[in-house]
Ligand binder design. Structure first.
Ligand SMILES: Nc1ncnc2c1ncn2[C@@H]1O[C@H](COP(=O)(O)OP(=O)(O)OP(=O)(O)O)[C@@H](O)[C@H]1O
Length: 445
């Protein structure tokens, strides 16, 4: 199956057409949807590499769509377009998992540039995989050898340790690398929908099935399927999956034609599967079928040699300016090495992302490191969490204002080149300058 590159979700038909034309001319295969609900239907039909969506839309809006995509298709990045140049919307979207945002209006060329330079190359880039510690070198060496076979692999490890990264590596190093890689998050899809999601259904199979839809297993033909958080699957569905893996055949719900399956199966869990089995929550026979090769990724605190190389990789991943990459100060590096990383690599990734927003000059200092504990205190949001979030927002705003003033000075007061340099439209810059004047800044232009 040929994969579509980009799904464009925009309710304004003329803008949707303009985006489609520009992206197609730049060589991307696109499909379009007029609202979030239609976008979800398109995604169920075929995988895409990137979703570009408007924030304000009827029915399912951009924010809700982002939440659904993060739950059902966590591997697909979402770029949001927002008409309101407020930092609040953008911060909220980034917190909810958007890979980036663009403020409307923007030139279509700016979008192409953004997509081709910053987003799509990143997805295929292999240099962001950090394998430095002896434990990880051994594990990845083993994974490289297993990849060449069609063996089923069960990847275990705490949340955020890089199980999906390893699963993708196995697929990309396998003989199936030209085929699709389809990830199914068993924990995020409601039990009653997971079966239809896996097997697909024929028109009329149940009320509401107005058209035939292929399941994810069918979409993955010739490639690899990743069952993320497999231990969260219900017992009846575990039994069905086991049968499929034994018989290598599937049938759409309400269908009568069995289809021979040609997929490689990978699965992940952040639970202890043996314990789950003893509690009667995970089938032992399914466990043995999946864990032909069990691989366990150690938590980050047990492989400290990876911390600084990962931090550097994330600085490269998130650095958006054309200026040289900032370096970690010695005290910042010490703090990273001393921390316990309960959220593992994902927590480090988020921390560096925040640090790059807060830092200035050519270094990231210890003051730029806002640890998750400082932000949320580990529990449900309290008024002090909100104060921490508000103060982060204030810091972000101050940082943005400083950036605008510095760039204006650098560009000798030219609003046009300042807007270009910052990657925003002149209108957005005008709006932001007006807000800054309101807040008491002396802005000469
Ligand atoms: N070895 C690595 N090199 C570079 N980045 C990594 C590595 N391991 C993990 N990451 C990054 O850390 C984040 C979490 O990784 P991933 O989603 O693979 O973890 P996971 O174990 O599958 O998490 P979960 O259990 O919550 O699903 C991602 O941003 C990923 O890019």
């Amino acid at each position: 199956m040929q994969q579509t590159d980009i799904l464009i979700v925009e309710d304004d038909p003329s803008l949707s057409e303009a985006l489609t034309d520009t992206l197609e001319m730049a060589g991307y295969r696109t499909i379009a949807a007029g609202d979030g609900a239609e976008a979800l239907a398109r995604l169920a039909e075929a995988p895409v590499r990137l979703v570009i969506s408007d924030l304000q839309m009827p029915k399912v809006n951009g924010m809700n769509l982002l939440e659904r995509i993060k739950a059902d298709y966590p591997e697909i990045p979402v770029l949001l377009m927002t008409a309101y140049g407020t930092i609040e919307n953008a911060v909220q979207a980034m917190r909810a998992g958007a890979c980036d945002y663009l403020v409307k209006p923007f030139a279509a060329e700016a979008l192409v540039e953004h997509v081709s330079r910053r987003i799509l190359p990143k997805l295929g880039k292999t240099d962001t995989r950090v394998v430095e510690s002896p434990a990880m070198k051994k594990l990845w060496g083993l994974a490289a050898r297993i990849a060449k076979t069609d063996a089923t692999v069960l990847i275990q490890g705490e949340s955020g340790t890089g199980k999906e990264v390893l699963a993708r590596y196995i697929h990309q190093s396998s003989l199936r690398h030209k085929g699709p890689f389809v990830a199914i998050n068993c924990a995020a899809i409601p039990e009653n929908m997971l079966e239809a999601e896996l097997f697909g259904y024929e028109k009329g199979a149940y009320t509401g099935a107005v058209q035939s839809v292929p399941g994810k297993l069918e979409i993955a033909q010739g490639g690899t399927v990743l069952f993320d958080e497999i231990t969260e699957m219900s017992l009846p569905l575990q039994a069905k999956l086991l049968r499929v893996l034994q018989e290598r055949e599937i049938e759409r719900l309400g269908g009568r034609k069995p289809l021979a399956l040609d997929i490689r199966v990978l699965a992940t869990t952040n639970r202890n599967p043996k314990e789950w089995i003893s509690r009667g929550l995970f089938r032992e026979d399914l466990y043995y079928r999946l864990s032909v090769f069990p691989l366990t990724i150690p938590p980050l605190r047990e492989r400290r040699e990876d911390i600084l190389p990962l931090a550097e990789a994330f600085i490269r991943r998130h650095w958006q300016s054309g200026k040289p990459l900032p370096a970690l100060s010695e005290t910042a590096a010490e703090r990273l090495l001393a921390y316990a990383w309960p959220g593992n690599v994902r927590e480090l990734d988020n921390l560096i992302h925040r640090a790059l927003i807060l830092q200035s000059g050519d270094r990231i200092t210890a003051d730029d490191l806002v640890f998750e504990d400082d932000l949320c205190g580990g529990g449900s949001p309290t008024s002090s969490d909100r104060r921490a979030a508000d103060s982060l927002m204030d810091e972000l705003r101050t940082h943005e204002e400083r950036l605008i003033l510095e760039t204006l000075k650098e560009q000798n007061g030219s609003r046009k080149s300042t807007a270009e340099r910052l990657g925003i439209s002149e209108r957005t810059l005008r709006y932001k300058l007006a807000k800054m004047r309101e807040a008491g800044y002396v802005v000469a232009v």
